[in-house]
Write a protein that binds this ligand. Structure first.
Ligand code: UD1
Ligand code: CA
Length: 455
């Protein structure tokens, strides 16, 4: 049986170059904190334990993940990556393999880490990459036969060492018992006066522990966030990957560069998504759904064949099949639409069920309402659901026709098949099958003249 896995996530850095009062690892990528991405990846590996080393803005970081299921380890002073890992070691069990991740490197894939762990076996493994410009990364130094012998930090490197293009990504796996011992022996005699995690490599070499290396499939996996431009760059890479995945599954994207998925988007067959659409939280689109440009859709389900016209905001809504929504519609939490419902321009629906085939096409507010099937809600109809203190329900039966500019003062019921005359203020039950209206009779004052301006 292989050793249990324990993951240490380094997240104590301040992120000076973010110029922010918020700890770096709480800045969002695709609507989720950087550390949230890393925690999800860590959990995907099903480790025996996860240890998060936090420091700057510590309480904020912990509070952001109340249910993270991790051990929080405080590193009061940032004395280097080796010192940071050492803080977690008292809680790590000896037979474990330790995998080191970074709270500000969010796009590492679980599969890459699994491969790294498989490479490590019972020894030590480093995730390394060949870069054209190795920049500030630590350099991997090998002997003539290609064995890794040391990592030198770029600030400590000789000109010759600095020319090495194989770099340390920082990700590594090591056996806990040995790691514990090596960390205890670290010195901070280097250019930065820090305890370098990377110095354990030469210690392992001295003990003849095998050092394996593995490369990530994609360079985006190893990129860290130190500034807002880097955050934006990673966001674009992430969104490009989401778009690519959707297209591979058959989704038509009018422009993959103009799509933002900040959560989890599930699509059926033959879905078409136009430009500038933002999906947040958990969104499900059925077969043949068409989403027009400039829509924001959050935590909603949209039934097959439904068309979302441009410029709608849809949040926590459950939309049936073959509906027509928008342009300019707003569906708020607990809007539940059956099949073939039409919700047109400048119509807001909140906490309401709407039956099959019902239509509200223009300028309406429908809140706390139950609408039957085959109902037509005339332009400008408002459910007056709020009396200034409490909310009340409106109930509209099947096949009702509500004339334009009607105010339905809740609590109120309109019986099935009823017709409401335009411009009515309905405060009492409207009986089924009858015409009810509150409109004053029309009158004409013969010979009446408009006032004239005094000279
Ligand atoms: C580190 C590596 C370097 C590698 C690079 C990849 C060391 C000594 N060097 O350098 O070889 O190429 O990462 O990006 O490991 N952190 C703490 N506590 C600390 C120090 C750091 O939590 O005391 C965290 C930081 O928040 C950051 C990460 O560890 O997330 C890396 O630290 P950083 O100082 O940026 O290391 P680098 O100099 O980039
Ligand atoms: Ca760094």
């Amino acid at each position: 049986m292989s050793a249990p896995l324990e993951i240490v996530i380094l997240a104590a850095g301040q992120g000076k170059r973010m110029y922010s009062d918020m700890p770096k690892v709480l800045h969002g990528l695709a609507g989720k904190p950087l550390l949230g991405h890393v925690l999800d990846t860590a959990h995907a590996l099903k480790p025996a334990a996860i240890h998060v080393v936090y420091g700057h803005g510590g309480e904020q970081v912990r509070a952001a993940f109340p249910q993270a299921g991790v051990h929080w380890v405080h590193q009061a002073e940032q004395k280097g990556t080796g010192h940071a890992v050492a803080q977690a070691m008292p809680k790590v069990a000896d037979p474990a393999t330790v995998l080191v991740l970074y709270g500000d490197v969010p796009l590492i894939r679980p599969q890459t880490l699994q491969e790294l762990l498989a490479t490590a076996g019972s020894g030590l493994a480093l995730l390394t990459a060949e870069l054209d410009d190795p920049g500030a990364y630590g350099r991997i130094l090998r002997d003539k036969s290609g064995h890794v012998i040391r990592i030198v930090e770029s600030k400590d490197a000789s000109p010759e060492e600095a020319r090495v293009r194989e770099v340390n990504t920082g990700f590594l796996a090591a056996p806990a018992a040995k790691l514990r011992k090596w960390l205890a022996g670290l010195k901070n005699h280097n250019a930065q006066g820090e305890y370098y995690l990377t110095d354990i490599i030469s210690m392992a070499v001295a003990e003849q522990v095998a050092i394996a290396t593995h490369a990530p499939r994609d360079l985006s996996e190893i990129l860290g966030v130190n500034s807002k431009p880097e955050l934006a760059q990673l966001e674009r890479m992430y969104q490009k990957q989401q778009a690519e995945k959707l297209m591979q599954q058959g989704v038509t994207l009018r422009d993959p560069a103009r799509l933002d998925v900040r959560g989890e988007l599930t699509c059926g067959r033959d879905v078409v998504i136009d430009v500038n659409v933002i999906f947040e939280g958990k969104v499900t689109l059925g077969d043949r759904v068409q989403v027009g440009p400039n829509n924001v859709i959050r935590d909603s389900r949209i039934g097959s064949g439904t068309v979302i016209h441009p410029n709608c905001v849809i949040e926590q809504a459950d939309i049936g099949a073959d509906c027509r929504i928008g342009p300019f519609a707003r569906l708020r939490p607990e809007a539940k639409l059956a099949a073939q419902v039409h919700v047109g321009n400048f119509v807001e629906v909140k906490k309401s069920e709407v039956g099959e085939g019902s239509k509200m096409n223009h300028l309406s507010y429908i809140g706390d309402t139950t609408i039957g099937s085959g109902v037509n809600i005339g332009a400008g109809t408002i459910t007056c659901n709020y009396d200034g203190a409490n909310k009340h329900r409106t109930v509209i039966g099947d096949n009702v026709f509500v004339g334009s500019n009607t105010a339905l003062v809740a609590p109120v019921t309109v019986g099935a098949g009823a017709t409401i005359g335009a411009g009515s203020v309905i405060t009492k039950e409207a009986p089924p099958g009858e015409l009810t209206l509150t409109r004053a009779p029309q009158m004409t004052k013969p010979g009446w003249k408009r006032p004239k301006k005094k000279s």
